[in-house]
Design a protein around this ligand. Structure first.
Ligand SMILES: Cc1ncc(COP(=O)(O)O)c(C=O)c1O
Length: 416
């Protein structure tokens, strides 16, 4: 524990003492030394040395243009399952609360309203069995975020981890973990198991249920990471934005007492209303856990003006207090998943993991671009697994975020 506290003191911004890139000895025109280059290839997530001050990864979706054009030629029209953007209507409980809070002349706070923090704490307790330290106290244990993507991309920066060290990310994972490391001038190490030695690791990202493969970390895996992080003084952050979408298993939060123990020291969890409440356009997310870490993030967010708009905070509070709309949406996804999974298997492909979340992780034991071309011939667009890391290069990701009509069209084509 002492290690963690020392490490936190060492890496976090002290109030009033921001560090700037130049002060870290970083070359603002080049990538930080020691970063592992991602392998190149069609659509691979690739950091580009010298491409700019931060050498961000390529934005890979453009490489799907050919498959998209081919799929669009299908007489029944394209079924685009490549991007996980919700398509069902945002539930009334959010829309009404948003509209009722439309009169918002004053600035919102970065901390969020009492109602929102209380609703977030209630949801965490009710749905995930997580007891926050003191959501309304002087040391906040939860803050709202502008969706979770900005938080994922900014977290290393907000924690003051700029310019030295390595961020551990899942072997196959959501690309924004790497983006956040690159923006902060940090190296990236992809692994699903705690490294033997901590080296210069400054942050660990877990993602359960995972994007793209829908894998859920077991209690033992979560506990191993928590023990490793605490032993080496490295914060462990779990992105749990699909936590309400467990199919074959019930996902456990890293903040659950079975995993975290008596308190949340060194741990953070990220949640999002985008998928569970069909509200990606609202941009509502949450960061919760260790009050010392949440406080650091909150303090910097205040300075940056990273504020969730007041009407969205009201909609989030209403959504987090209502389980019925989440359950209804879950049933829509469950029905689509069952139909699509059966059709994928009938077509001779295999589905790996996918026990939770919004995607099917599909393989025909071939290069993902061959599978992409096969699907494009059926008028279906998928996401190539290589987008998510080299170990994903023989899978494609099919999103469940399409209308019933489009899912039925995909099923018909796959089983014809
Ligand atoms: C694993 C993961 N984390 C975070 C996000 C960001 O979601 P949002 O910004 O809508 O909360 C996504 C979006 O697809 C995701 O898949």
């Amino acid at each position: 524990m002492e290690g963690l506290l020392q490490r936190q003191r060492g890496v976090l911004l002290r109030p009033g003492q921001p560090r700037w890139r130049g002060q870290d000895g970083q070359d603002p025109q080049g990538p930080p030394a020691g970063r592992r280059p991602a392998p190149a290839g069609r659509g691979a997530l690739t950091t580009v040395p010298g491409a700019g001050p931060h050498a961000l990864p390529d934005f890979p979706w453009d490489s799907l243009a050919g498959a998209r054009a081919r799929a669009a030629q299908h007489p029944g029209g394209v079924v685009d399952l490549s991007i996980g953007t919700p398509v069902d209507p945002t539930p009334g409980v959010l829309r009404h609360a948003l509209a009722a809070a439309a009169d918002a002349p004053g600035y919102p706070t970065a901390l969020g309203t009492r109602e929102l923090r209380q609703a977030a704490a209630g949801w965490l307790q009710r749905r995930l069995g997580v007891q926050l330290a003191d959501p309304l106290g002087a040391e906040p244990s939860v803050v709202p975020t502008v969706g979770s993507k900005e938080l994922v991309a900014l977290l290393p920066t907000l924690l003051g981890l700029r310019g030295r060290g390595t961020v551990v990310v899942p072997e196959v994972g959501y690309p924004t973990y790497e983006v956040g490391a690159v923006v902060a001038g940090l190296a990236v190490h992809r692994t699903d198991t705690p490294p033997e030695r901590p080296g210069d690791t400054v942050l660990v990202w877990l993602n359960s249920p995972g994007n793209p493969h829908g894998r859920v970390l077991t209690d033992a895996q979560l506990s191993d990471w928590v023990a490793w992080g605490r032993a080496h003084g490295v914060p462990v952050v779990a992105d749990e934005c699909y936590v309400e979408l467990g199919w074959d298993v019930v996902p456990t939060s890293v903040l659950h007492p079975r995993i975290a123990g008596a308190d949340h020291t060194g741990l953070l969890a990220v949640h999002s209303l985008s998928k569970q409440s069909t509200a990606a356009g609202y941009r509502g997310g949450l960061l919760s856990g260790d009050p010392a870490l949440v406080r650091r993030v909150w303090e910097v967010r205040r300075h940056l003006g990273l504020l969730v708009p007041t009407p969205v905070q009201a909609a989030m509070a209403a959504a987090l207090a209502d389980d019925a709309h989440v359950a209804a949406q879950r049933e829509r996804y469950r029905a689509r998943r069952e139909l699509l999974a059966a059709a994928v298997r009938a077509a001779g492909a295999r589905i790996d993991h996918s026990e939770a979340g919004l995607y099917l992780w599909v393989t025909r034991d071939e290069d993902c671009w061959t599978t992409i071309d096969w699907l494009a011939g059926l008028g279906v667009v998928a996401a190539p697994g290589a987008f998510y890391g080299p170990a994903g290069a023989r899978h494609v990701r099919l999103a469940l975020t399409a209308s019933d009509e489009r899912i039925a069209a995909a099923v018909e084509r796959l089983t014809a």
